[in-house]
Design a protein around this ligand. Structure first.
Ligand code: PGA
Length: 244
């Protein structure tokens, strides 16, 4: 269960969040819990969650180790600050910053090089779904961004299916729609990496996951977890999602 804070919260707000959140989930052993704050909050988040069952991730990384690349943050730095995860190619990165499948491959390889678990996001836009192109889009994203990985790299990634039309809109994909997409992604994974690897890869659903819809989504066998934006900002609501 992963929370993506996007561009919300200061270090002081990060501290307040974890003070309230940690005791609420301290007995949750059924899943991995991850929070992905903005870069300036990572240090505070790692400190707050030391000796807890909550792991910390970043929302993006550059593929280099260091260099003259103004405004960027490397996997090497994220590892040094204590991150365990990193989100790659969230739809907002694709939409506003032009990230492509080429970026997915190089960022994923860089993340793995620094022992960060990549959470790779894929998902179709509304017009793509409405024109019946969902599977084509998912196939292109898989083939371009994930299929080029080596088998041992694929074994370490998490995939997040996030239909763009469901993100921040309050329009959740029905469990059926999400499960169909997950099944398609898994079949693609099976074709490239084999049945066993495809069965083992975790596929999270993201897009307006809330405490009141998480149970029906998680009831789908194909859905292994959730990537949560808005509802991860509040300790009580994200705790309720974790403990669905
Ligand atoms: P949302 O965001 O839960 O606010 O829809 C999900 C995401 O963008 O990861």
């Amino acid at each position: 269960m992963a929370g993506n804070w996007k561009m919300y919260k200061t270090p002081a707000e990060t501290h307040a969040f974890f003070e309230a959140f940690k005791p609420k989930v301290s007995d949750a052993a059924h899943c991995d819990i991850v929070i992905c704050p903005p870069f300036p909050d990572l240090h505070a988040a790692v400190k707050e969650t030391a000796d807890s069952n909550v792991a910390i991730g970043a929302q993006n990384l550059h593929w280099g180790r260091e260099g003259a690349v103004t405004g960027e943050v490397s996997g090497h730095m994220l590892q040094a600050v204590g991150c365990d995860y990193v989100i790659i190619a969230h739809s907002e990165r694709r939409q506003y910053f032009g990230e492509t499948e080429v970026d997915v491959v190089r960022k994923t390889q860089a993340a793995l090089e620094y022992d960060l678990k990549p959470i790779i996001c894929v998902g179709e836009r509304l017009e793509e779904r409405e024109s019946g192109r969902t599977e084509e889009v998912l196939a292109d994203m898989f083939d371009g961004g994930i299929a080029p990985l080596a088998a041992e790299q694929f074994a370490k990634i998490v995939i997040a299916y996030e239909p763009v039309w469901a993100i921040g809109t309050g329009k959740t994909a029905t469990p059926q729609i999400a499960a169909d997409a997950h099944r398609f992604i898994r079949s693609r994974a099976a074709a490239t990496f084999g049945e066993k690897a495809a069965e083992a890869v975790r596929i999270l659903y993201g897009g307006s996951v809330k405490p009141d819809n998480v149970k029906t989504l998680m009831a789908e066998e194909e859905i292994d977890g959730a990537l949560v934006g808005g509802a991860s900002l509040d300790p009580a609501s994200f705790a309720a999602i974790v403990k669905f």
